[in-house]
Write a protein that binds this ligand. Sequence first.
Ligand code: BGC
Length: 242
Amino acid sequence: MDIGGSGIKGCLVDLAGGELIGNRVRVDTPQPSTPDAVYDVVRRVVGEFGWSGPIGVTFPGVMKDGVAHTAANVDKSWIGTDVDAGLEAVVPGPVHTLNDADAAGLAEMRYGAGKDRGGVVLMLTFGTGIGSAVFVDGTLVPNTEFGHIQVDGEDGERRASAAVREREDLSYPEWAARVDRYLDVLERGLWVDLIIVGGGVSKKAHKWVPLLSTRTAVVPALLQNDAGIVGAALAAHENLIP
Ligand code: BGC
């Protein structure tokens, strides 16, 4: 299951190849996006699959031991909530929740653009916010929050997320300049070996990635919008949850 600021998605996952089995189900995130409202959607989606095994869940905030610690783009009442316990009360299987970008990164490192890549790899997801995941020789350093570095006096994700591109009706070159500035600030404090860019906009990577002037090589994610779901399933199955 992938809990996002605008949509909640779920699917069965084949972990042999990192692929979705059948069609994924997507439901608009209820507004206000309170835990109980979201739990009810998760319950319905899991019910549609008739699934009673382990469930990996992504959450768009810092997650430690099943508890949400931040909630930049969902209802603030999530902060301090034990999400694993809340969901386990409404679905049959054990639940493992982790940060959405960490999940997407795990999937990309296993099956996608980061496969067999050692060194330090940074995955960034551009969606409602900007999510980040750092890997050192393939091992996740969980809960990095590089969407919130300060860029020109503002939260980085408020300048350069994919939602900002849509909201401000920016062309790809205009938005690429925002992303470039964001990455310039990020690269001052972080020397990584590869940057993988994901989220829905990675489908249009050819329109903006070549315009970036980063020191580090930037490649688009390969699993695109499925990465969160696949990574959540992987983390639940292999107990990779921090
Ligand atoms: C949150 C991150 C999350 C990212 C993408 C940010 O606002 O702080 O935890 O990974 O959005 O959803």
